[in-house]
Design a protein around this ligand. Sequence first.
Ligand code: CA
Length: 412
Amino acid sequence: MRAKSAAASHVGKIRSNNQDSGYAGAHLFIVADGMGGHAGGDVASALAIKHVTSVDRSFSSVSEAEVALHGALISANAVLAETVFDHSELTGMGTTVSGFVLVGSELAIAHIGDSRIYRLRGGLLTQITSDHTFVQRLVDSGRITVEEAAVHPRRSVLMRVLGDVDATPEIDTMIEHGEPGDRWLLCSDGLSSYVAEDRIAAALALDEDAEAVADRLIRESLDQGAPDNVTVVVVDIDGTGDSAHHPAVTVGSASDPLAIEGEAPRKPLRIPTLLLHPLKATKPDDSHFEPESEEFLDELIIEDGRRAKRRRISLVVVLAVVAALITTAVVAGYQWTQTHYYVGESNGSVAIYRGIQQDLGPIPLSSVYRETTLSVSDLSAINQSAVETTISADNLADAERIVSQLSNDIAD
Ligand code: CA
């Protein structure tokens, strides 16, 4: 008998733990991609999946299922916030959730984050969900192209997730009509970011059962190096909507015991968890998710502009500082030369110079301090020669002493 649905998950080749979770039940099919350091991601996706499985049951209408699934995600969000409240080391954890409840051949879909739901119908692959990422916003608003988004430095920044940030996260819901022969795929970005869509479509189009295709998709990601955790759920629609005879399959971190150390004692006051949030040192994992708001989007764009401007200003400041340092050194050096004196010749007379005998290129480093009445030509030949080649003095008093010495030599 062909399996109608299958779930598979792999830690990948780089990560040390699997923060993804997946579930394929009787009516509910779902993936979650957790994030947040210190085991937070495992806990977030596992908690969300375990909580949402409460809606793996039959519904009398697809719209009833849609409301129930949406409600389950909202209350999973509250569970995550409460867990963070009890375990502050999990602060900043969050998770994507993309899933659907099958009612007959109709699908009630709920989605938040950047995991994806695809439909293969008649060989054509269609992405049903839209990523809640910063770059998708930029694409939607025409600021960048899809090609630019794929290599954008902020491509992993999520605008919306379940977590401890927002009490009422904005969750996309929709109803889709399934047709017999449809093959649906739910996956974490560990697949969609690394395996090209035509490869995904080709794997889904194979005449193999859901389980074989799920395994094949995991292998495709591993073949690409699998830098991230990868989780897939494959669901075949046969029109009966009845897959209750398949045992539910849980994969990823939701299939392991919850990685929270012990159960912390419950705080007596639990209602204000979210109200207390502004007081907590919440620091979201900045590589993955940030709070959602239009202002935030604009801030990021303005911030990028500011950063470029800051770089220009920094360069100007550095150049100014270097110039100031050089000026200071030159001034200090010049001042040092001006504490020195020597005796030389000026306009045929013996003169005291302030500064040093050398010049710095075209810049003289000395000037006449005082021209004496003593004529060089009156000096002895030896003294004339000495004055013409200059006589160094220790200081001004020493220079004056040298002058009076020369004067005495004439008098003698
Ligand atoms: Ca991921």
